[in-house]
Design a protein around this ligand. Structure first.
Ligand code: HEM
Ligand SMILES: *[C@@H]1O[C@H](CO)[C@@H](O)[C@H](O)[C@H]1NC(C)=O
Ligand SMILES: *[C@@H]1O[C@H](CO)[C@@H](O)[C@H](O)[C@H]1NC(C)=O
Ligand SMILES: *[C@@H]1O[C@H](CO)[C@@H](O)[C@H](O)[C@H]1NC(C)=O
Length: 589
C-alpha cells in the first residue's frame, strides 16, 4: 500500500508562498461571508438572531410552521418581537433588508400622498410575474405597458358595466347556490357541514360568469347539485347520525378551475422563497404545473374563439354578457382602426383574463368563508342584519319571495355594508402589500435607501388593536399637515363590531338613520393609492349579493364548540382551516 507516502503535489502545497495564497483565499472567503451577512439599516429594530445568519429571517418560517403557524405570520411575529411601528427583516445573502411598516397613518401617507417615492418593485415582478407577466399586476407603475394594459380593462369596473353585465350573471349563479344549500340544509337536518369547498365553487362560478359568461348549466354549483341529487337518495332520519358533522360526497372541480387553483397556489408558494424567480422556473417543470398551463391556454382560447364567433355572427347586434366579450370586441375594433389583423391569442389577453379569474376567485373565496363563519358566530349581528334586509325589501318579505336584483341594486342597507366591511377588516385575506422605494425615502424618521422593499401590514397594530406610540415630529410633512384627517387606530380592533362603520348623517341628513362610513377608521384590505385593488367594486357587488341572499334564505346557527376552529393558513392569502355551517331555512322555497 502506498497510502503513507505523501504525494509530491502535497509537499509543494505547503511552501510559504502557497500558505500565503491559502491565507488570502481564506481572508477573502471570510470577508465575503461577512458581506453576505444581513446589513441592518441603522436604527430600525430587527430580530437579533436573524442578523447573525446568511439566510436571515428565512429559517424562522420553518419554526413558525412547526408551531402550527403560517408563513405570512412571519411579518406580524417580527413586529410583535420588535414592538416597533417600523422593523426590518433579512432574506438573501448579500440582499437588502425588507422594511415592515406597522402603522396605518404612515402607510396611508406613503402609499397615497408619497406614492411617487414608491414602485411596485422587483419582488412583485418575480412573484406575480412568474405566472402573469403580461398583466399590469406584475408591472411597475412607471412601465409604459402599465397604462396600456390598465386602459384595456378599466371599463370592466364601471358601475354601468357592473350593474348591467356582471350583476345579472352573479345573481343567477347565487340563486343556484341557494338551491344547493337548501338541499344540503335539509339533508343535514341541523348538523354542521363543510362550506369551504362549496364557497370555492361559488366564487369560481361568479368570477367565471363575470369574466367569461358561463352558461348556468355549466356552473360548478349546478353540476354539484345534480350529482348530489343522484348520489344521495333521501334517507330516513334513523339512518342519519345525530351528532357531529354531516359529510356530503366530494365534488371535483372542472379542468379550468383546477388549473386556476394550481397556478394561484404557485404564486402563493413563491412568496416565502429566497428567489421567487428560481422557484417558478423549477416549479413550472412539474407535470401538474404543465397540465395547469396547457389547460389554462386551451380553455381560455376556446372561450375567446366562441366570443369572437358570436361577434362575427351578430355584428352590430352583439351584446357583451361578460368581460371577455367586451375585450374581444375592443381588440377587433382597434385592429380595424389601425389596419391590422386582430390578435385574439395574445399572451396579454390570456393574462388579463387569467388575473380576472385568479384575483377575483381566491380573495372572494376567503372573504366568503369568514363571512359565513361570522354569521354563525355573531348571532346578534346576524339577526340585526336579517331585520335590516326585511326593512329594506318590505314587499319581498310580505310576498315571501326573493328580493329581485333590481331591488338589491337600488337599495342602501348600511348595516349590510358595515357587516361586510367588518369581516374584511377583522378577517383580512391579506397580511399586507409590498412596494419598493424609488429614491432614498424617510419613513418614521429613518432614511430608507433607494431600492428597498417596504411591506405595509394590513393586520395587527392600528387595525386590530392600538398602534405603537410614534413621535409626531418623526412623521412626514404631509402626514403632519393632514394630521386631523388621518385615521389612527381601532383601539378595540380585536372585537367584531359592525357598528364601528356606522355614523349619524351630517347636517341635513334624516334623523335616526345611520349611514355607512367606509372612512371611519384604519382599513387596508384592498390596499390604497394608485395600486389599490382594481377589482374592489366587483368584489363589493358580489359580496352584497351573496350575503343578502344567504341571510334572506338561511339562518346560520352557531357551530358546536368541539367543531369550531378559527385557525388560518396561507396559500396566496389567509383562509380558515375549517369552515362549517349549520343552517336552518329561514324561508320556504
Ligand atoms: C374581497 C376581495 C378582494 C380583495 C381583498 C382584494 C385585495 C387586493 C389587494 C390588497 C391588492 C393590492 C395587491 C398588492 O399591492 O400587492 C389587489 C390588487 C388587485 N386586485 Fe384585488 N382584491 C379582491 C378582489 C378582486 C377582484 C374581484 C378582482 C378582479 C376581478 C381583483 C383584481 C385585482 C387586480 C387586477 C389587482 C392589481 C392592481 C394593480 O396592480 O394596480 N381583486 N387586490
Ligand atoms: C421597477 O422599479 C424598481 C424600483 O424603482 C426597480 O428597481 C426595478 O428595476 C423596476 N423593474 C422593472 C422591470 O422596470
Ligand atoms: C420583470 O423584470 C424583468 C427583468 O428586469 C423584465 O424583463 C420584465 O419585463 C419584468 N416584468 C414586468 C411585468 O415588469
Ligand atoms: C364553444 O362553443 C362550442 C360550440 O357551441 C361549444 O361546444 C363549446 O363548449 C364552447 N366552449 C366553451 C369553452 O364555452
Amino acid at each position: 500500500m502506498t497510502a503513507h507516502v505523501i504525494p509530491a503535489k502535497w509537499t509543494t502545497a505547503f511552501t510559504p508562498s502557497s500558505m500565503l495564497i491559502l491565507g488570502v483565499v481564506l481572508a477573502i472567503a471570510y470577508a465575503a461571508y461577512r458581506r453576505a451577512l444581513p446589513k441592518p439599516i441603522p436604527g430600525i429594530p430587527y430580530v437579533e438572531e436573524s442578523a447573525k445568519r446568511l439566510l436571515g429571517d428565512l429559517p424562522r418560517i420553518a419554526e413558525l410552521q412547526k408551531a402550527g403557524k403560517k408563513p405570512s405570520d412571519l411579518y406580524f411575529e417580527t413586529v410583535r418581537l420588535t414592538k416597533s411601528p417600523i422593523s426590518q427583516m433579512f432574506f438573501l445573502p448579500f440582499g437588502k433588508p425588507m422594511v415592515i411598516v406597522s402603522d396605518f397613518r404612515e402607510t396611508q401617507d406613503l402609499v397615497t400622498a408619497r406614492s411617487k417615492d414608491l414602485e411596485r418593485g422587483s419582488y412583485n415582478n418575480e412573484t406575480f410575474g412568474g405566472v402573469m407577466p403580461e398583466h399590469f399586476i406584475s408591472m411597475n407603475t412607471s412601465d409604459p405597458r402599465f397604462k396600456v394594459t390598465r386602459g384595456l380593462t378599466n371599463d370592466l369596473m364601471t358601475p354601468r358595466f357592473l350593474n348591467e353585465v356582471s350583476a345579472p350573471e352573479i345573481y343567477r349563479k347565487m340563486r343556484h347556490f341557494v338551491d344547493m344549500w337548501r338541499f344540503k340544509a335539509q339533508a343535514a337536518d341541523g348538523r354542521a357541514f363543510k362550506a369551504y369547498e362549496d364557497l370555492n365553487f361559488l366564487s369560481y362560478d361568479i368570477v367565471t360568469a363575470a369574466a367569461l359568461g358561463i352558461d348556468d348549466s355549466e356552473s360548478e354549483t349546478v353540476q354539484h347539485l345534480r350529482s348530489l341529487r343522484s348520489d344521495m337518495p333521501p334517507r330516513s332520519p334513523s339512518e342519519v347520525p345525530t351528532e357531529g358533522e354531516f359529510r356530503f360526497p366530494d365534488f371535483s372541480p372542472s379542468d379550468l378551475m383546477a388549473s386556476l387553483l394550481t397556478l394561484v397556489e404557485a404564486v402563493g408558494n413563491s412568496f416565502a422563497k429566497p428567489s421567487p424567480k428560481l422557484f417558478h422556473a423549477l416549479n413550472n417543470l412539474r407535470p401538474a404545473m404543465r397540465k395547469a398551463w396547457s389547460d389554462r391556454k386551451r380553455i381560455l382560447q376556446q372561450h375567446i374563439d366562441n366570443a369572437s364567433a358570436r361577434l362575427n355572427r351578430e355584428g352590430d347586434n352583439f351584446k357583451p354578457v361578460a368581460a371577455l366579450d367586451y375585450m374581444v370586441a375592443r381588440e377587433v375594433s382597434s385592429a380595424k382602426k389601425e389596419g391590422r389583423r386582430p390578435d385574439l391569442s395574445s399572451r396579454r389577453l390570456h393574462d388579463i383574463l387569467f388575473v380576472y379569474l385568479a384575483a377575483g376567485q381566491d380573495t372572494t373565496h376567503s372573504v366568503m368563508t369568514f363571512l359565513v363563519k361570522q354569521l354563525g358566530a355573531q348571532q346578534k349581528a346576524q339577526s340585526k342584519l336579517g331585520q335590516s334586509l326585511r326593512d329594506a325589501y318590505p314587499s319581498a318579505a310580505a310576498e315571501c319571495r326573493q328580493p329581485m336584483l333590481s331591488e338589491i341594486l337600488q337599495a342602501h342597507v348600511p348595516y349590510l355594508e358595515a357587516f361586510i366591511e367588518e369581516v374584511l377588516r377583522l378577517n383580512t385575506p391579506i397580511a399586507g402589500v409590498s412596494q419598493q422605494t424609488v429614491r432614498d425615502t424617510t419613513v418614521l424618521g429613518h432614511v430608507i435607501p433607494k431600492g428597498t422593499q417596504l411591506l405595509f401590514l394590513a393586520e395587527g397594530p392600528s387595525f386590530h388593536g392600538p398602534m405603537f406610540p410614534v413621535a409626531e415630529e418623526s412623521r412626514s410633512e404631509s402626514s403632519q399637515k393632514h394630521a386631523d384627517a388621518m385615521l389612527g387606530e381601532w383601539v378595540d380592533g380585536a372585537e367584531f363590531r359592525p357598528e364601528r362603520w356606522l355614523r349619524k348623517p351630517r347636517e341635513g341628513g334624516e334623523e335616526g338613520n345611520l349611514v355607512f362610513d367606509p372612512k371611519a377608521g384604519p382599513f387596508m384590505t384592498f390596499s390604497l393609492g394608485p395600486r389599490m385593488c382594481w377589482g374592489r367594486r366587483l368584489a363589493y357587488l358580489e359580496l352584497r349579493l351573496v350575503v343578502t341572499l344567504l341571510v334572506w334564505n338561511f339562518e346560520f346557527l352557531p357551530i358546536p364548540p368541539e367543531l369550531d376552529n378559527w385557525d388560518t393558513y396561507d396559500l396566496l392569502i389567509h383562509k380558515p382551516r375549517s369552515c362549517l355551517v349549520r343552517l336552518s331555512s329561514a324561508l320556504e322555497a
